[in-house]
Design a protein around this ligand. Structure first.
Ligand code: AMP
Ligand code: MG
Length: 352
C-alpha cells in the first residue's frame, strides 16, 4: 500500500508538533458520529470506504451500492476467476473474439490509448511475463533469460483487437493483466456512485488507491501521507487534497528476494525485467483515478527524467517522485498542497 491516509497512521504519529496535530485530527474523524465505513476484500486487496453524512441511512445505502458495484466489477475484471470477461479473453487468445461489456470495453480502450501516450511503458499485455516471474502465483522466481525473451514476443497491446463489443488477443499465448489499472477504474465508479447518492464527504482507499470525495465535513482538505519507500512506518510528506485521486506505485509494494537481490512487480515491457530506472516510488495526483493508476505505473517504468518530461509535455496531473538517491521531487502544482516531512539523508525539490 503506497499511500496511506493519515487517518490510518495514528500508530506512527508521535513526537513532534505537526504529528501530534495530525493525530488529534484523526481522533476527531474516528469519533465523528456522521461516519459510516465498510471494508471489502476484492481485487486481491483490502478496500476501505468511509463516508460522512448527517443522514446515516443515506450513507449506508450509498456504501452498500458501492460494495455491490465493486463485487460486480471484480467478477468481470478478475484474471483469476475463470468466468470473468478478462479470463475469457485470455482463454480465447489466438482462437476467437469474446463479447465484452461496457466496463471491459472502456477499460481496454483506455489501456490502449495510454500505451501509446506512454510510449509503451504501460502495457497490459505484459501478463505472460508477470506470470513467469510468479507475481500472480504463490511461488516467485527469476525466470531464465531465454524464457523472458520468448515471452516478450507475446507482449504487444497492438495485437489486442477491439471491435465494437468484441475483444480479441490475436496470438495464442498472449494474455492481459489489469493489475495496474483496474483499481483506478473501480475508484472512479465508486466516486461517481457516492456523488450521485448525494455524499459530499468521503475517503476511499482501494488497496492504496486513494480517492478523496469532496472535503472533510468541517470543510478542511483530506490529508494523505506519501509513504517513505524505505520504511513502511514512515512517510516523506503529506498531501492536502479534495476531489482528487492519489495513487502510488512503488517497487516496495510487492517483491521477493533471490540470492540477495530484490525483484519487484512492475515490469519494464522493453526488457521483461522489474523496472530499474532509479525510482523508489511514484505518486500521481489528478481527478481521474483510472488515469492516476495508469500513470503511477507508467512513470515508475520511465524513470525520473522521462517521467518529468512526460509531466512537462502532457500535464493534467501532478506527481511526487522518490528516487533511489533519496530525492523527494514534487511537481510545481503541488507547491501549496504538499508538506515535506524532513528526513535525514533525504532532499526535497519542487520541479518546474
Ligand atoms: P501498480 O501497482 O498500479 O503499479 O500496478 C502493478 C501491477 O500492474 C503489477 O502487479 C502487474 O499486475 C501489472 N503490471 C506490471 N508491469 C506493468 C506494466 N509495465 N504495464 C502495465 N501493467 C503492469
Ligand atoms: Mg497502477
Amino acid at each position: 500500500m503506497g499511500i496511506l491516509v493519515l487517518l490510518c497512521l495514528f500508530g506512527i504519529l508521535t513526537g513532534c508538533a505537526d504529528q501530534a496535530k495530525l493525530a488529534k485530527e484523526q481522533l476527531a474523524e474516528e469519533s465523528n458520529p456522521d461516519r459510516q465505513q465498510i471494508q471489502i476484500f476484492a481485487m486481491d486487496t483490502i478496500m476501505d470506504l468511509k463516508v460522512y453524512d448527517k443522514d446515516g441511512e443515506k450513507a449506508k445505502d450509498a456504501l452498500l451500492t458501492c460494495e455491490k458495484e465493486i463485487n460486480r466489477l471484480d467478477g468481470v475484471l478478475s484474471a483469476t476467476r475463470e468466468s470473468s470477461e478478462v479470463s475469457k479473453i485470455n482463454q480465447n487468445a489466438g482462437k476467437e473474439p469474446v463479447v465484452v461489456g461496457e466496463d471491459t470495453k472502456e477499460l481496454l480502450n483506455f489501456a490502449k490509448e495510454m500505451y501509446r501516450e506512454t510510449e509503451g511503458a504501460f502495457d497490459i499485455t505484459i501478463a505472460p511475463v508477470v506470470s513467469e516471474w510468479g507475481f500472480t502465483k504463490e511461488e516467485k522466481k527469476v525466470p531464465a533469460k531465454e524464457e523472458i525473451q520468448k515471452l516478450l514476443q507475446k507482449v504487444d497491446i497492438e495485437k489486442l483487437s477491439l471491435d465494437g463489443e468484441n475483444a480479441f488477443l490475436t496470438e495464442e499465448g498472449m494474455s492481459i493483466d489489469l493489475g495496474g489499472i483496474a483499481k483506478g477504474y473501480t475508484s472512479d465508479l465508486v466516486t461517481k456512485i457516492l456523488k450521485e447518492k448525494g455524499i459530499a464527504h468521503g475517503i476511499v482507499s482501494l488497496g492504496g488507491n486513494i480517492s478523496a470525495i469532496g472535503t472533510r465535513e468541517d470543510g478542511g482538505k483530506w490529508k494523505v501521507a506519501v509513504q517513505n519507500p524505505l520504511d513502511e512506518n514512515d512517510y516523506v510528506g503529506v498531501l492536502e487534497v479534495s476531489d482528487l485521486s492519489v495513487v502510488t506505485s512503488g517497487g516496495y509494494q510487492r517483491y521477493f528476494e533471490q540470492d540477495g537481490v530484490r525483484y519487484h512487480h512492475i515490469i519494464d515491457p522493453k526488457n521483461g525485467y522489474p523496472a530499474n530506472n532509479g525510482l523508489l516510488s511514484v505518486s500521481i495526483i489528478c481527478p481521474q483515478g483510472q488515469k492516476a493508476d495508469v500513470l503511477s505505473t507508467a512513470l515508475f517504468v520511465m524513470g525520473k527524467e522521462k517521467a518529468l518530461d512526460y509531466w512537462r509535455k502532457r500535464g493534467g496531473f501532478e506527481a511526487v517522485l522518490v528516487t533511489e538517491a533519496k530525492e523527494v521531487l514534487v511537481t510545481s502544482g503541488l507547491k501549496e498542497s504538499f508538506t515535506y516531512h524532513e528526513r535525514e539523508g533525504f532532499s526535497f525539490t519542487v520541479v518546474q
